[in-house]
Design a protein around this ligand. Structure first.
Ligand code: ZN
Length: 271
């Protein structure tokens, strides 16, 4: 009987190892990464985000889909898709949000169903980054504990309590192979994080989230005065510079409009 059980166990392990995306499928790592359009933000006063500026401005909004051998990871959930059906956009406290193409439609174009997303990693809990979280109720959230537990002014939980969640306390290697790592970068919000992604051909990228809104802020080491903690925001810029150097990584600033024409958007991809 014991030998039979051992044999059955060995067969089960073999079957599991043949399943695509299983933990047993070997190194695998990242297969490809897609850049997704996640909305446009028209600002009444650029100075709120970029010290030294005043008057109207614009920010882009970008999400990224990573296809790893162990599953799909979406970085940030953008402006809400519902805005796509509002011709005037939606007024926010800083300006107007517009969505020209929904996140759902871009995923569908790639043959990805929302239920296929294993991990939903969020830079932070502001509305322009969590707009479509409800599309992915089955996903596991990857957020910093400090962000998850940050009290909302209205007393509403920032994240749905019934969603599975990994509450990271500092940097977190998502797949255990160093290819996708949450980097703790507090300041803009208490538990803000960036994402370090190591692509086999493109190399290492650091997705900024809102640790940096614009290239001019990065070049001049500035942080918006409205950030949760300004001193921490500046210290975070040093941390990011160190991460970029250590991993020979490029900084990709998701809100920087001048980066939009530089990127290949889905269905094109980076390897
Ligand atoms: Zn933002």
């Amino acid at each position: 009987m014991k030998a039979l059980r051992l044999l059955a166990g060995a067969i089960l392990a073999l079957v599991a190892s043949l399943q695509p995306g299983s933990a047993q499928s070997g190194k695998g790592g990242i297969e490809r990464m897609y850049v997704l359009y996640c909305g446009d933000i028209a600002l009444n006063d650029m100075g709120r985000f970029s010290p030294g500026f005043s008057g109207p401005g614009a920010l882009s909004s970008t999400c990224y889909l990573i296809k790893h051998a162990q599953g799909l990871l979406l970085w940030d959930a953008g402006l809400p898709d519902a805005i796509a059906s509002m011709p005037e956009g939606r007024k926010s406290n800083a300006g107007v949000w517009h969505v020209k193409r929904t996140l759902a439609s871009q995923l569908a174009e790639l043959g990805v169903k929302p239920a296929d997303i294993r991990y939903l990693a969020l830079s932070h809990s502001h509305g322009d980054h969590v707009g479509n979280v409800d599309l992915f109720p089955q996903a596991t959230l990857l957020v910093q504990k400090a962000e998850y537990e940050w009290p909302d002014p209205l007393g509403v939980p920032r994240f749905k309590p019934d969603m599975k969640v990994v509450k990271a306390e500092g940097d977190h290697d998502v797949f255990g192979d160093g290819s996708v790592v949450l980097i703790s970068t507090p300041g803009h919000s208490p538990g803000h994080q960036c994402l370090l992604v190591k692509l086999p051909k493109t190399g290492a990228l650091l997705f900024s989230g809102d640790a940096v809104h614009t290239k001019v802020n990065w070049d001049n080491k500035r942080a918006p005065i409205q950030n949760f903690n300004h001193a921490q925001s500046i210290a975070t810029l040093d941390r990011m510079a160190a991460v970029l150097k250590e991993h020979n990584a490029q900084l990709w600033i998701g809100h920087e409009p001048s980066e939009v024409p530089l990127r290949k958007y889905a269905p094109a991809s980076y390897e």
